[in-house]
Write a protein that binds this ligand. Structure first.
Ligand code: HAM
Length: 428
């Protein structure tokens, strides 16, 4: 058939086979986050633009270049949510979640929108699963959040991952470090790309993030934030590292890991999958102890991470990890002739009422052979067949589609027989 419309660039149609894998992953995610004491939150797909400008930071690429922003009919500037943290922080304040026991531990699975250049693992609509722990300054919380991510990937069977860790300090030590860094950047500015030169006066830290080969060779020599932390930040960082070691997590200190959003303080981390090519971060997060205050709340320490679901599914493919196949249909009911068709409709209704996943051929007049082929293509476990003989004898033929064996049963016993056979499967 001719395709007249195509999906917008950088988006995906989430088809059933893909979503089978997604559901499997999401179930593990939901079970695991519950085990760690998290509860779910969902925020609107769009927010006032200012929330992200103030929250994620005007100089960040996400806000300055990648947001889907429009004016609504009421004249407000609205943006599709490019990231979850500012939105969750807003919801925490607006819904007074701080009045409950602290910290508030929230997880989410929410679509995000960024006008980025699409490539493998990078989309204009992607879904992030993530957590935010709001109301704890304890370094154990940092380690707990990182532990959750590593356990999650372990459960999915992804082995070749690296945890990259850094501390970006707090307001005090970072402004001091920014000066030291800026001096260094000025001294090498002739070797830096135009982007870096533009960025360095406004946000020197972000220059460290540049992926250009030419810049990188000069940036490795740059002064490191971890060498300029104030005492409280230094202590926090060393405690986080100690806890990570207690959790048995191997990590790499990466002094150039600064993350692309402006709200980070102290701990910053990314989980990298070596098989992903350019878009190798399967998760990223960190502490954001000032964000709640910036959004109008009381000073409230917090930490979290976000991770791309589509990128994770891509990572599973790249790691050759097969997700267990789910069988969808227990029984396909096949009928030959008008009277048998009516009986088939009743059987399907009875099976469904008993919770047994079943269907029949919606194109009524097809031949037995075509219906059998369809049953197999749909992945049904059994076919229940009724023709004239079965109608007359009040029976049904039950065919096991795995080995093509079949038997004749009293029609009234079909539900019970199937219940027993399917007892341990996920089909009923
Ligand atoms: P982020 O690093 O911008 O952080 O995104 C988190 C993760 O989302 C990335 O590591 C990547 O797996 C995935 N991701 C980002 N952009 C795309 C894209 N265009 N296509 C596919 N996947 C993508 C944040 O958004 C922070 N809010 C994370 C956080 C939560 N920090 C503290 N709490």
């Amino acid at each position: 058939m001719k395709v007249k419309y195509r999906r917008p660039r950088g988006t995906m149609d989430y088809l059933p086979d893909y979503l089978d894998r997604w559901s499997y992953i999401e179930e593990i995610w939901r079970t695991l986050t519950r085990t760690y004491g998290f509860r779910e939150i969902r925020t609107p797909v769009f927010e006032l633009t200012d929330l992200f400008v103030r929250g994620a930071g005007e100089t960040s690429d996400i806000v300055s270049k990648e947001m889907y922003t429009f004016t609504d009919r009421g004249g407000r500037s609205i943006s599709l949510r490019p990231e979850g943290t500012a939105a969750v922080a807003r919801a925490y304040l607006e819904n007074h979640l701080y009045t409950g026991p602290q910290p508030t531990k929230l997880f989410y699975v929410m679509p995000m929108f960024r006008y980025e250049r699409p490539q493998a693992g990078r989309y204009r609509q992607h879904t992030q699963y993530g957590v935010e722990v709001i109301g704890s300054a304890d370094p154990w919380t940092d380690a707990e959040v990182i532990h959750l991510t590593t356990v999650f990937y372990e459960r999915l069977g992804i082995q070749e991952i690296e945890v990259h860790l850094n501390s970006v300090g707090d307001k005090q030590c970072r402004s001091h470090y920014n000066e030291i860094l800026l001096n260094y950047l000025r001294s090498i500015s002739e070797h830096l790309c135009t982007d870096c030169r533009n960025r360095m006066e406004r946000n020197p830290l972000r220059v460290l993030d540049c992926k250009q080969q030419g810049c990188q060779s000069y940036l490795v020599q740059a002064p490191k934030m971890v060498d300029h932390l104030c005492l409280p930040c230094e202590e926090h960082f060393s405690k986080v590292r100690r806890y990570l070691e207690q959790f048995g997590i191997t990590y790499i200190i990466n002094p150039r890991l600064v993350r692309g959003l402006d709200y980070y303080t102290r701990t910053a981390f990314e989980v990298i999958s070596k098989r992903l090519g350019a878009q190798d971060a399967i998760a990223g997060g960190g502490r954001y102890d000032r964000l709640l205050e910036v959004l109008g709340g009381n000073p409230t320490p917090a930490i979290g991470f976000g991770a791309g679901m589509e990128r994770l599914i891509y990572a599973l493919e790249r790691h050759g990890i097969e997700v267990p196949q789910r069988q969808h249909l227990a029984v396909f009911v096949i009928s030959v002739g008008e009277a048998a068709r009516q009986e088939a409709e009743q059987i399907v209704t009875r099976l469904r009422a008993a919770g047994i996943a079943s269907d029949l051929d919606h194109i009524a007049s097809t031949k037995l052979k075509n219906q059998l082929t369809k049953a197999i293509r749909l992945g049904a476990r059994y076919a229940a067949i009724i023709g004239d003989d079965e109608l007359a004898q009040d029976t049904v033929v039950l065919r096991d589609l795995a080995d093509a064996s079949q038997e004749s049963l009293a029609r009234g016993s079909l539900v019970e027989v199937l219940r027993q056979r399917l007892d341990n499967s996920n089909l009923c």
